[in-house]
Every structure is written in structure tokens, then in C-alpha cells.
Design a binder for this molecule. Structure first.
Ligand code: GLN
Length: 447
């Protein structure tokens, strides 16, 4: 049924880059049925699941929406993929995304843009736009995403679903194609906070194959669901409610605040004074790390190789020129520039200092409140093509999500309303380190 739905919907949505082989998926589903009949089924036996196409999947194409990896078949399963298999999920496909997860609209894909299921003229958000659209269109109940600077939260908001980026280090990055390793984090995208909690139980856990994975006791992320919000202190950062915020988004955040008060929460104003600096800091650090991570695509070991070349250098140049799209090249240029001798101190080191100050801002804010509430993005989903030739306008739209990654904190998006034109608007909840269960409970009260 899931495969039928995907095959019917995908020509219009373009949410999937790869749809699973029917025989392979049906065999997995039948094995789940047999295990259930024998009373040995894992908890999620037979539930269809889609993975963002940057999780490596054994025997299945993993393209990262890049021409560079258009023919790459995963030789093993990412940690997240094997954990999901063990829990019984059946992989029904790999979802579209911005190339190498660089973007906020899913328009930077070698396979073309994804359409927002609510309005085919709107972007679904990015970079996990295919996963968000697949869940929003009810093609799968749950999908995986990754978030380096907002890529789970912003498409969740634009598509009216729920998504959570956990504390950095909670979900293993083993087998996740690297964009900016100190910021990348996987997480679930689903209809509800409860489904996200159940899915995070599956995805999270220590993994010695990821050197930044945190060795902590396993948690049940559903454990706080249903707890009263009486006495919860919700912080509203002053800097999130300035001129740049669209009135319709502000209205939706206000309505959420009113409902939180009704549920017994108290509201406090907090300050995140360095918020504006998160854009330049992120757009130095993320491209710097990306330029290093993407140096592995040299046409030798794997990925696209130019058909004709004179010598080794010519082969590198042609392969990379043909394999990478425009935004990826822009990031490699920016990253290489800020890391180069003479500019390193002025850009990269400065950005790292700002990164520390942004984390300090959050520490001060969390001394005054339990969770932070704000917008996910300054506007509802924009029109396809609207920001196509203006990369800086696209970067500026990341203002509310980037600092969360730079500080390594958990953040989530929950559906909260609609624009006058019927486009979904989510609100963002930011928690202190390892307070995912608390965030999920707050969102759960609205569902
Ligand atoms: N929009 C941001 C960028 O383009 C974040 C992307 C992400 O979280 N992967 O880098």
C-alpha cells in the first residue's frame, strides 16, 4: 500500500529519489508478518519508513541528491538505518533533499525540486524537504532527516509536521554523508511528537564508530509525554521578535503562547543577544567543514569521474566541475577561502569564538527558563523559484535555527497554524542539553 501510494504521488511531488524494489520491500514486510505470527516481532515490524538520501543504505542508491553520487550504491547500512531495520521498519525509499544537505528549499537537488504537498507552488523547505513532503502527504508515517542548521525543523514547519533535532552526539553519524561534521545530527520527522519520541528511541544510542557519539544510558523519550505543563517556564527571546518576522508567523507564535499559558506555563522574556551573528558564524564554519569533507569526491575512490581527461589534475577538476552543483561549489569556495592562510584568523577563528558566545547566550537564558519558544523561520513556505538566484536571502531565512546547531542543543518544530493562503506554520521549541523528552512533551500537549 505504501509503495502504491508513493508511486501514485511521486510524479507530482518528487519527494523520492529512489523507491524501494517491490520484491525486496515485500519480502521484508512478509518477514515482519511471520515474526508477528510467531510472537517474535520487533516493536515496529512492517511499518514503512523512508530515509533521507544521505543515510547510506546497503544495496540501495545513496546519492545525497548529487550528480557526484548518482550511481553510488551503499556498501553498508548507516547506524540509523540498521537500528531502524532491527526495530522492524521496512525501508520503502530514499527521499529527495538539497544536494549534500546545502539549502533551505530543496531546490538545490540534482533530481529537481520537491513540491510542498499543501501547495504545489510552494517549496517544502530544506534540506530534508523530501522526507517532510513524504510524511505530510501521508506516503509514510515516519521518515528520517538530518539537521546541520535547521534542515529537520524548517521543512517540518513548512509542511505542517513534527520534527526534532536531538542534542549533538545523541544519534550516531556513522554512515551519514558528512556536510559539516560538528553540526550534523540525524533525527525523526513524523506527524506527531509521540511518533517522533518513539522513533528517537530507535535512532538514538551510543556508537563507537562515531567519535562524537555520546556514551550515555539509553532513554525512553516518551517518558514525559502527558506530564502537566503547570509551572513550566517558557522563555521568549526578545531578539526573535524583531522587524524581520512576518506578521502571520508572529500571530501563530502568539497563539501558541496563549495556549501554553492556559496549560499552566509561565512566560518569561529572555535574551539571546548574539542571534544575528549566528548567520555569519554558521556560513563560515559549515562551509569550512564542508570544503574539507567534500575533498574526498575526487573521482578516484567513488563518485562521478569525467569521461575524458588529460592527466590526474585534469581528471580531478573535470570530475568535480561536472559532479557538483552550483550551491555546493559556492560552499567549497567559501570554505576554502576562510580556511586559507591569511584569512583563517580573520574568519574561521572569529566564527569559532562567536560560536562559543552563542552557547553562552543559551546558558544564560536557560538559567531563567526551562524551554525556549520562537519561530522556526521568518516566513511561511515561499514560492518555488522565489529565492532561486539570491543565495544570501536564502541564508538569512535560517536566522532562528542556526544557533541551536552551533550550540549543540536539541530543537524541534511542531505544527501550530496556517498562513492566510493555507500554508502551514510551525513553531520552534529549544531545550537544554538532553531535554528532548521535555520538548516532546510540550509539543505533545498541542496534539
Ligand atoms: N539551510 C542551511 C544550509 O543551507 C542548513 C542546512 C542543513 O541543516 N543541512 O546550510
Amino acid at each position: 500500500d505504501a509503495l502504491d501510494r508513493i508511486e501514485r504521488a511521486n510524479p507530482a511531488l518528487n519527494a523520492f529519489i529512489t523507491i524501494a524494489d517491490r520484491d525486496v520491500a515485500l519480502a521484508a514486510a512478509r518477514a515482519a508478518d511471520a515474526a508477528r505470527a510467531a510472537g517474535q516481532a520487533p516493536r515496529f515490524a512492517g511499518i514503512p519508513l523512508a530515509h533521507k538520501d544521505l543515510f547510506v543504505t546497503e544495496g540501495m542508491k545513496t546519492s545525497c541528491a548529487s550528480r557526484m553520487l548518482d550511481t553510488f550504491i551503499g556498501p553498508y547500512d548507516a547506524a540509523v538505518v540498521s537500528r531502524c531495520k532491527q526495530a522492524g521498519f521496512v525501508t520503502v525509499g530514499k527521499t529527495n533533499m538539497d544536494e549534500f544537505a546545502m539549502g533551505s528549499s530543496n531546490e538545490n537537488s540534482f533530481y529537481g525540486p520537491v513540491r510542498n504537498p499543501w501547495d504545489h507552488g510552494a517549496v517544502p523547505g530544506g534540506s530534508s524537504g523530501g522526507s517532510a513532503a513524504a510524511v505530510a502527504a501521508r506516503l509514510v508515517p515516519v521518515a528520517t532527516g538530518t539537521d546541520t542548521g535547521g534542515s529537520i525543523r524548517q521543512p517540518a514547519s513548512f509542511c505542517g509536521i513534527t520534527g526534532i533535532k536531538p542534542t549533538y552526539g545523541v544519534v550516531s553519524r556513522y554512515g551519514m554523508v558528512a556536510f559539516a561534521s560538528s553540526l550534523d545530527q540525524g533525527g525523526p520527522m513524523a506527524q506527531t511528537a509521540e511518533d517522533c519520541a518513539l522513533m528517537l528511541n530507535v535512532m538514538a544510542g551510543f556508537d563507537e564508530r562515531d567519535s562524537t557519539s555520546l556514551d550515555r544510558p539509553a532513554e525512553d523519550y516518551t517518558r514525559e509525554l502527558g506530564q502537566s505543563l503547570a509551572g513550566l517556564k517558557v522563555g521568549l527571546p526578545r531578539e526573535f521578535f524583531t522587524d524581520g518576522l512576518d506578521a502571520e508567523v508572529a500571530r501563530v507564535v502568539d497563539a501558541t503562547v496563549a495556549e501554553l499559558k492556559r496549560l499552566g506555563a509561565s512566560i518569561v522574556e529572555v535574551s539571546l543577544p548574539k542571534t544575528e551573528l549566528s548567520i555569519p558564524a554558521y556560513y563560515v564554519i559549515a562551509p569550512a567543514e564542508a570544503s574539507s569533507n567534500l575533498s574526498r569526491y575526487d573521482g578516484v575512490r567513488y563518485g562521478h569521474r569525467a569521461a575524458e581527461y588529460r592527466d590526474l589534475t585534469d581528471m580531478y577538476e573535470k570530475s568535480r566541475a561536472e559532479g557538483f552543483g552550483a550551491e555546493v561549489k559556492r560552499r567549497i569556495l567559501m570554505g576554502t577561502y576562510v580556511l586559507s592562510h591569511g584569512y583563517y584568523d580573520a574568519y574561521y577563528l572569529q566564527a569559532q569564538k562567536i560560536r562559543r558566545l552563542l552557547a553562552d547566550d543559551f546558558r544564560a537564558a536557560f538559567a531563567q527558563c526551562d524551554v525556549i519558544l520562537g519561530p522556526v523561520a521568518p516566513t511561511p513556505a515561499w514560492n518555488l523559484g522565489e529565492k532561486g538566484d539570491d543565495p544570501v536571502a536564502m541564508y538569512l531565512a535560517d536566522i532562528y535555527t542556526l544557533a541551536v546547531n552551533l550550540a549543540g542543543l536539541p530543537g524541534m518544530s511542531m505544527p501550530a497554524g496556517f498562513s492566510a493562503s493555507g500554508r502551514p506554520i510551525g513553531v520552534q521549541l529549544i531545550g537544554n542539553y538532553f531535554r528532548e523528552a521535555q520538548l516532546l512533551n510540550v509539543a505533545h500537549q498541542f496534539q
